[in-house]
Design a binder for this molecule. Structure first.
Ligand code: IMP
Ligand code: MG
Length: 333
């Protein structure tokens, strides 16, 4: 019986999808609901030898027991949403808030045509920025205005608050990472909205006093896609030598890779109100940890890293991902 928020602590792509999937299977929420910007997010979830990339529906879809919601703060692209529901096979479980802002084809065209957005900022070209502009300008359509979305329309905030009041467990998942928050990130190289835990609560209509835990997910080797400062970035050659090479789920751009940034981790944990730290990619710190499921299997090198990270975060690290599969995780919550 609790409300837990899961957010990214660095620049996105921390492996939130995998952490959400694990936590959902273990905590058995009745609802998993998404906050965050919109279709700019790409979450990769690997189950067995199948890999799914989702941009609209919560990455917790792999847990079959939960309803899947999209909160009113999130932008919806009807085409992407409908394709995803079909491809992932979650028809009947997905509901979106009636007030979600709509991404129109013209927003995508504007995002791609703008030198400032597409070249300087390096946006994902999914129309999120221009759609949020339209929303702020109060010209955007809302989900309830779109006939093809009719079957999915609900009051997500009401459903979530009712579930919490009944004593059920709900999970709120964020997208993007702390470093690209419009308010706290590396402006102007940021996304079109705040990305911190408070925003994810607000996106879903959940008041701060109803939140029990905030899990902040940090990557042992942080990554960034698009432009903007990246304090601890290494050269492409260095990252390849370490055996790390990653590509974006939405844009397929090669991700920039850096070493652990203790100061950013500290600041991010502070603003997110982190109660539980999660670390992904510990197997890049020491390959001997690959696939470990027990704390006792971690090597001295990994433990030394975790000790330092825990000092930076200022909250206990209770989730440690040791490989891409949902089962490759240590959970000491
Ligand atoms: P936008 O969100 O498409 O406007 O892009 C603004 C910046 O945020 C660009 O640098 C994008 O690469 C970055 N960004 C947006 N969404 C994500 C994400 O889900 N993961 C990583 N980077 C993202
Ligand atoms: Mg991603």
């Amino acid at each position: 019986m609790s409300c837990t928020i899961i957010v990214g602590g660095f620049f996105g792509d921390e492996g939130k999808g995998k952490i959400v999937a694990h936590v959902a299977h273990k905590d058995k929420p009745s609802i998993i609901s998404r906050g965050g910007v919109g279709t700019n997010a790409g979450h990769t979830v690997q189950v067995g030898d199948k890999s799914y990339g989702v941009r609209m529906i919560p990455s917790g879809f792999v847990y079959p027991g939960a309803k899947l919601l999209i909160g009113s703060g999130v932008l919806v692209d009807p085409t992407v949403l409908k394709n995803e529901i079909k491809n992932v096979g979650v028809e009947g479980r997905v509901f979106i808030d009636k007030r979600c802002g709509i991404i129109e084809p013209e927003h995508i065209a504007q995002d791609k045509a703008s030198e400032h957005l597409s070249k300087k900022i390096g946006t994902t070209g999914t129309g999120c920025g221009p759609a949020n502009v339209a929303r702020v300008n109060r010209t955007a359509r809302q989900a309830k205005d779109v006939p093809e979305l009719k079957e999915y329309i609900v009051d997500a905030a009401q459903m979530l608050n009712d579930a919490i009041d009944r004593g059920e467990t709900v999970l709120l998942e964020g997208t993007q990472g702390f470093g690209i928050s419009l308010y706290f990130g590396t402006y102007p190289y940021v996304t079109s909205k705040d990305t911190s835990a408070s925003q994810i609560a607000a996106d879903n209509g959940i008041g701060p006093t109803k939140v029990d835990d905030v899990i902040v997910v940090f990557k042992a080797f942080p990554t960034r896609v698009g432009g903007g400062p990246f304090e601890t970035e290494m050269t492409r050659e260095q990252s390849h030598e370490l055996g790390i090479q990653e590509f974006g789920t939405v844009t397929h751009r090669e991700r920039r890779i850096g070493v652990w940034d203790g100061e950013l981790a500290r600041y991010s944990a502070m603003i997110n109100g982190c109660t539980i730290g999660a670390i992904t990619g510990i197997d890049h710190i020491d390959p001997a940890c690959y696939g470990a499921t027990e704390y006792s299997q971690l090597t001295p090198k990994a433990l030394e890293f975790l000790k330092k990270a825990e000092e930076d975060i200022g909250a206990p690290i209770k989730l440690i991902s040791t490989g891409p599969d949902v089962t490759q995780i240590i959970d000491i919550r």
